[in-house]
Design a binder for this molecule. Structure first.
Ligand code: NAP
Length: 246
């Protein structure tokens, strides 16, 4: 994959899946903006990339605040002049059963996972529309397709991301901007490390490939969706779940 001269922005990029996506894009030639609410960790990731010879900058970013998103875009344009790739990856969970779910559990998850994608897509797509080229990849989840007990807020947010992906794909296609979603299954990160071994083992039983996914599995799919190999693909949801949902 040749992403030379492309500028990529990844949200929630300081760790987990976002970090793997950022490394993969940089290793394939892109200049990357490592954007995360944890600015220190984002700077650490960007520094590691620069020390290994890649072009990287860090941005503190709260996807829920439009002013923070606009500031991020300004910083990136000042440094790199353009934005070719946006990966909306920042996401959180606040799991509990519906009847116990507090308003703040609902609001915070919808705010980060869905409104955050709206804020970043709206702001960055204006830049891409002027350039008349761009790629947007939203990190959804298979629970946005199938639902999951204990995740009313999270599954609703990811279902919303899938619908938003399709709408944006239709609205932005005329400007040569492809918008797709990746729906990971069970990927080994800090987000899933919180779960008990019993829950993890029960998930593995439901996965035909009989193992948890790795952040790199998602990163490789994102790489495909931002590369020229996927020129004729837009509005799609690509599952990366070991065959869990077919
Ligand atoms: P993670 O390790 O928790 O990483 C998420 C990153 O996003 C963290 O650095 C987090 O910072 C940051 N973040 C949180 N709120 C933010 C905000 N308001 N603005 C900017 N950044 C923010 O999670 P992950 O497992 O890599 O998940 C990445 C994405 O994949 C998420 O969208 C998640 O829903 C999706 N996904 C994950 C799995 C899985 O099995 N792991 C499966 C399906 C989908 P803090 O830690 O400081 O909050």
């Amino acid at each position: 994959m040749d992403l030379k001269n492309k500028v990529a922005v990844v949200t929630g990029a300081a760790q987990g899946i976002g970090r793997a996506i950022t490394l993969n894009l940089a290793q394939n030639g892109a200049s990357v903006a490592v954007c995360d609410i944890d600015e220190n960790l984002a700077e650490q990731t960007a520094r590691e990339l620069r020390e290994t010879g890649f072009k990287a900058m860090a941005c503190g970013l709260d996807v829920t605040r439009i002013s923070s998103v606009e500031e991020m875009v300004k910083k990136i344009l000042d440094k790199f002049d353009r934005i070719d790739i946006l990966v909306n990856n920042a996401g959180i969970t606040r799991d509990t059963l519906l009847i116990r779910m507090k308003d703040e559990d609902w609001d915070s998850v919808l705010n980060v996972n869905l409104k955050g994608v709206f804020n970043c897509t709206k702001t960055v797509s204006k830049v891409m529309m002027k350039q008349r080229v761009g790629r947007i990849v939203n990190i959804a989840s298979i629970v946005g397709l199938m639902g999951n007990a204990g995740q009313a807020n999270y599954s609703a947010s990811k279902g919303g991301v899938i619908a938003l992906t399709k709408t944006c794909a239709k609205e932005l296609a005329g400007r040569n901007i492809n918008v797709n979603a990746v729906a990971p299954g069970f990927i080994q990160t800090r987000m899933t490390d919180k779960l008990s071994d019993e829950i993890k083992n029960n998930y593995v039983k439901l996965i035909p490939l009989a193992k948890l996914g790795q952040p790199e599995d998602v990163a490789n799919t994102v790489l495909f969706l931002v590369s020229d190999l996927s020129d004729y693909i837009t509005g799609q949801v690509l599952k990366v779940d070991g065959g869990m949902v077919m």
